[in-house]
Design a binder for this molecule. Structure first.
Ligand SMILES: [Zn+2]
Length: 87
């Protein structure tokens, strides 16, 4: 899996998703289902440039998301590359 991101123009600590290429069909499905995501799940300003497995804990007050960063595809075992967009 390869993820391309860019830094926000105003705040260089903020990472924005650009594009994804998938190593296998399962990774693509997990991405579409948001089981695997880029960065933080529930935020406007994303400060995390990892690929994460997502856990959602629903509470009456609202859902709490927990991210677990991964470096390899959990389905086919290929490495996950996260790169900044080249201008
Ligand atoms: Zn894969």
């Amino acid at each position: 899996m390869q993820i391309i991101y860019k830094k926000d123009n105003k705040d260089k600590r903020v990472f924005k998703f650009v594009s994804a290429e998938f190593c296998c069909e399962q990774a693509s499905e997990a991405w579409e289902d948001r089981a695997v995501i880029f960065g933080e799940a529930d935020t406007v300003l994303n400060f995390d440039n990892n690929v994460n497995i997502l856990k959602c804990s629903p509470y009456p007050e609202g859902a709490v998301f927990t991210e677990y960063s991964i470096s390899f595809c959990p389905f086919c075992g290929k490495s996950i590359t996260v790169k900044e967009e080249e201008n």
